[in-house]
Design a protein around this ligand. Structure first.
Ligand code: GLU
Length: 441
């Protein structure tokens, strides 16, 4: 086991020094690379493989003007970070959020490399974003931003090179505008070829059935595989959620369909609790109408402190990064933290959970269902076929079970926590491929 007070320093420091990276403990990119390097060490990756993973291959930053509804032009900042493509085309979402920053996008791109490798998908890792608050823009403005951003990066993406998808603040409609814009800009490509440039599209426009619920559904499959060793059963657990967007609401709905009980939800508008169980469909209707959980009549309003202290079996953060710091981790009253969001736990929070004996199921395992069904969508686009809901469900179940088994086996092999094990299982495959390919020239 790693020493909780000194989580990951030794393995990464020589590489950071060599690359001239001044390590900042509060920087999400540094924290992420730090942890990946610990795992890469365990998995026996060679020096050149470890330095490759410590930096993204390409960091693209663009500024572009967009006409707003009131007639003035606003300049937007967009990013696409392509971390690694040893296993296949770059893959990862595009987020629209007011706090998008280069370092965060870099960290999320690293996590995509790890996630795709752990799930054994033929993809590398990337991430993108535009710094904006989608709630403040009209639909027309969002469409113009999306088209202009796509055109700004159109030479750096492609159905065989880098395939974006939805993430926080983006959805199937935005992917449809994105795919259409890319098609207009690449008349030399066939219609069929062009469709696979993004995944998470509407089903009528080349999307896959089951993509919208895929992240939540994958998480439920991971829980089905991992809970029994913790002495828990899905049908009997009580759980709480941070975030009730796509991932949170689908996770809530699918877990409740399996008999679990949703007792508390926190989002950017407030928190609610009902120990007899909240109906996630009902709450979803409320959130769609009112923009958040605040004033939901089916549960009692509580404050943030009570939300964290609410006793549950599974505590599921499904919102943004870095929400669970040491202080919040010290208050969580759960047996297991299930990371639906990317990087929701700070290293300090992680150390506290470890000390308190609270198991953490890591994000690159728990939320790999989204990109897995993105892969199915891309396969369907490339082969001009469409799978049935039952085919998608079954293939997703098998992929998630295999990823869970791989993570558990790596934990036994390396005698480490599950997060390190998931990274190590991901690194093993990347190391194997670099051994076979070598480094050009
Ligand atoms: N944005 C999702 C993630 O973080 C999905 C990415 C994809 O489907 O490419 O995993």
């Amino acid at each position: 086991m790693n020493d909780a007070s000194q989580p990951h320093r030794p393995a990464s420091e020589p590489i950071f020094e060599e690359l001239g990276i001044v390590r900042d403990g509060s920087n999400l990119f540094h924290q992420t690379v730090d942890h990946v390097l610990v795992a890469a060490d365990l998995a026996g990756l060679k020096h050149h493989q470890r330095i490759i993973l410590a930096e993204p291959k390409n960091e693209i930053m663009v500024h572009f003007p967009v006409l707003m509804d009131d007639g003035h032009h606003r300049l937007f900042k967009g990013y696409r970070v392509q971390h690694n493509n040893a296993l296949g085309p770059y893959k990862g979402g595009i987020r629209y959020h007011s706090r998008v920053s280069l370092d965060d996008v870099k960290a999320l791109a690293v996590l995509m490399t790890m996630k795709c490798s752990l799930a054994r998908l033929p993809f590398g890792g990337a991430k993108g974003g535009v710094k904006l608050n989608p709630r403040e823009l009209s639909e027309d403005e969002l469409r113009r931003v999306t088209r202009r951003f796509c055109s700004a990066i159109s030479h750096q993406i492609g159905p065989h090179y880098d395939i974006p998808a939805p993430d926080v603040g983006t959805d199937a409609q935005i992917m449809a505008w994105f795919a259409d814009t890319y098609a207009q800009m690449t008349p030399e490509l066939s219609r069929q070829d062009v469709q696979g440039v993004v995944t998470g599209k509407p089903v009528a426009f080349g999307g896959s059935v089951g993509r919208e619920k895929a992240t939540g559904q994958g998480l439920v499959e991971v829980l089905a595989a991992m809970l029994p060793e913790l002495g828990l059963e899905i049908s009997k657990i009580a759980f709480s959620l941070i975030g009730f967007g796509n991932v949170g609401s689908w996770t809530g709905r699918l877990l409740c369909e399996r008999g679990a009980r949703l007792v508390a939800v926190l989002d950017h508008t407030g928190a609610v609790r009902e120990d007899r169980g909240i109906d996630p469909r009902h709450l979803d209707e409320h959130v769609r109408r009112h923009g958040g959980v605040v004033n939901y009549s089916g549960a009692t309003a509580i404050d943030e402190a009570e939300f964290y202290a609410t006793p549950v079996d599974a505590f599921i953060p499904a919102a943004l990064e870095q929400m669970i710091d040491a202080e919040k981790a010290s208050r969580i009253a759960a047996s297991v933290v299930v990371e639906a969001a990317n990087a929701p736990t700070t290293p300090e929070g992680d150390a506290v959970l470890l000390q308190r004996g609270i198991e953490v199921l890591p994000a690159i395992l728990c939320n790999a269902g989204g990109v897995t069904v993105s892969y199915f969508e891309w396969v369907q686009n490339r082969s001009a076929t469409s799978w049935s809901a039952a085919e998608v469900d079954e293939a997703l179940r098998l992929h998630m079970q295999a990823a869970a088994t791989r993570t558990r086996e790596a934990r036994a092999r390396y005698d480490c926590d599950l997060r390190t094990a998931a990274f190590a299982a991901a690194c093993e495959r990347i190391g194997e491929v670099y051994d076979l390919r070598g480094v050009f020239p």
